[in-house]
Design a protein around this ligand. Structure first.
Ligand code: FES
Length: 535
């Protein structure tokens, strides 16, 4: 019998089936197939980031490196290091979300929409938009088939006027035409996205006859032309909480004539229609298991579902995970360090598109802090051990950096992460207390949003940002708000459901909670009641 020299490798859930020469590791096979598998140590078998699960077929025997990195249970389930395993037959592999590093970072993907579309009389198209503080995501759908035909993303151009919601409200307040300027630049970019979508799907924009827009309350108001001053002052009330139907031409969005844009109801001043869409698409509204959902951004919205009830809050987590307020921070662009491990005192990292490192993006920043803490290079207060003055920890020396300058993590950088993680953890703790639950009673934690898709959950647990629960209780779902917007576009029943969700949610304003400050201060540390001991 002749020896097989080429194997079929079926990569799931990315759905790629490629041939690979015998003698090539699974990591090499992934790289030549353009599958962005994480490989922080560059294939040395020590970082454990290239893990895949063998679902069908045969590979070379488990190596000592794999025995050291996987539990017996994981090995029995077929987990392997892609850099250490070589196929011996045609195989099918499952790539866990943590092991994938996609090159584009606008994060449009989410689950496939499985909604029965409303009947439409002819072939017609619809537009669903998620307006984030930092990023915009737009989707073009075939309304009859319920299918997404094209998707496009862009940075929110309002960033030029303020990086977070509060500074944009301040800009609108300080300038007589501030709101109009913010609305106009946003709509201009949305019109560009519509053009891109139409080119992709080979249709005319006049064929877009329905539209849905979701966003946080400030983005919602700025898009719809509503006043925002009151959103910046306690008690942070929206101008309206009702669902809106506004004429596309009134805001300057170029679609078919007479199209009205549906905007679902708002929960509160800092929990907007994007969160309603997220609750809708993740099924959090359904009674059953106790579940927590977090949409992490410059503002993080958190919802808890338990015993048929829903509670939501919002906390200011800041732009640190967008790479802002960090000495060598940058947005998630090519060359950004997105994964970091410190193994036996040596720094291993991976950059987007495998380019020479230029700085740290959000997931890299989170990893660095978690790894410094694990390596005992940070104390419980977040002070860098062995760092002198402001010099900080040199992550990448100038000789290895793309721009020939040291890439450094400072005490101030760590402090920015502490502020963000403390806000998120304290918000989580307050919701649990309101529901009378302990952390261990949470059956599932859903992580949505762009940063939430790329972060390493273990790092977030290690620094105490997430509850110390088993890893398999966490689910990263991508742009769940974008998925919800598409559901709302397709079905009137989904719009009714959204209205019911917004009505049912009990909003918790954290700043008025007497126990919030204590929870926040406790969560600033890396260990203790709301911090987290090293894993
Ligand atoms: S790349 Fe495989 S263990 Fe690091």
């Amino acid at each position: 019998m002749s020896k097989q020299t080429v194997f079929q490798i079926d990569w799931q859930p990315v759905g790629r089936r490629v041939e690979s020469q015998a003698g090539r590791s699974l990591l090499e096979a992934a790289q030549s197939a353009g599958i962005e598998l994480a490989a922080v140590c560059g294939g040395d078998g020590i970082c454990g980031t290239c893990r895949v699960r063998l679902m069908r077929g045969e590979a070379t025997p488990v190596t000592p490196e794999e025995q050291a990195l996987f539990s017996h249970e994981e090995l029995a389930q077929g987990y392997r290091l892609a850099c250490r395993a070589f196929p011996r037959s045609d195989i099918t592999l499952d790539i866990p979300p943590d092991s994938l590093t996609a090159p584009q970072r606008l994060q449009l993907e989410s689950k496939t929409i499985e909604i029965k579309p409303d009947a439409v009389e002819r072939t017609a198209f619809g537009l669903a938009v998620d307006i984030g503080t930092t990023k915009l995501a737009a989707y073009l759908l075939d309304l009859r088939a319920g299918r997404t035909l094209a998707q496009a993303g862009a940075m929110n151009p309002q960033i030029a006027y303020g990086e977070d919601v509060i500074s944009r409200i301040a800009y609108a307040n300080a300038h007589t035409d501030g709101r109009q300027i913010l609305q106009a630049c946003l709509v201009e970019t949305l019109n560009q996205l519509v053009r891109e979508l139409c080119v992709d799907a080979a249709i005319e924009r006049e064929q877009i006859v329905k539209a849905v827009v979701v966003g946080n309350t400030a983005m919602h108001h700025l898009f719809a032309g509503l006043p925002v001053r009151q959103l910046g002052e306690a008690p942070y009330l929206p101008a309206t909480r009702e669902a809106l139907e506004i004429a596309a031409r009134d805001v300057g969005l170029q679609l078919a004539p007479k199209v009205h844009i549906y905007m679902p109801p708002i929960i509160a001043g800092f929990v907007g229609t994007d969160h309603v869409a997220m609750i809708l698409s993740t099924g959090l509204w359904q009674p059953g298991r106790t579940r927590l959902a977090l949409d992490i951004g410059t503002n993080t919205e958190i919802s808890l579902a338990a015993g048929g009830q829903l509670w939501s809050c919002s906390c200011a987590s800041g732009p640190v995970f967008e790479g802002a307020h960090i000495r060598d921070g940058m947005r998630a662009a090519p060359g950004a360090i997105e994964r970091v491990q410190i193994i036996h005192g040596n720094v291993h990292f991976q950059t987007i598109n495998h380019l020479p490192p230029a700085g740290l993006c959000g997931s890299g920043i989170l990893d660095v802090v978690a790894e410094l803490y694990k390596a005992d290079l940070l104390d419980a207060q977040g002070r860098l051990r062995h760092a002198r003055g402001d010099k900080g920890f040199v992550l990448v020396p100038a000789s290895a950096a793309g721009h020939h300058h040291n890439i450094v993590v400072t005490r101030r950088d760590v402090h920015e992460v502490q502020l963000a993680k403390a806000a998120i953890r304290a918000g989580t703790e307050i919701l649990l207390r309101r529901a009378g639950l302990s952390a261990s009673e949470v059956d599932e934690v859903i992580i949505a949003g762009a940063f939430g898709s790329y972060l390493d959950v273990n790092s977030a647990i290690r620094i105490g940002m997430f509850l110390p629960l088993p890893r398999d209780r966490f689910r990263q779902v991508g742009n769940a708000a974008g998925a919800g917007a598409r559901q709302l576009l397709l079905s009137a029943a989904q719009r009714q459901l959204a209205a019911e969700i917004a009505r049912r949610v009990e909003y918790i304003e954290l700043t008025t909670q007497p126990d919030f400050t204590n929870a926040y201060v406790a969560a600033m540390h890396f260990e203790g009641d709301t911090g987290c001991a090293p894993l």
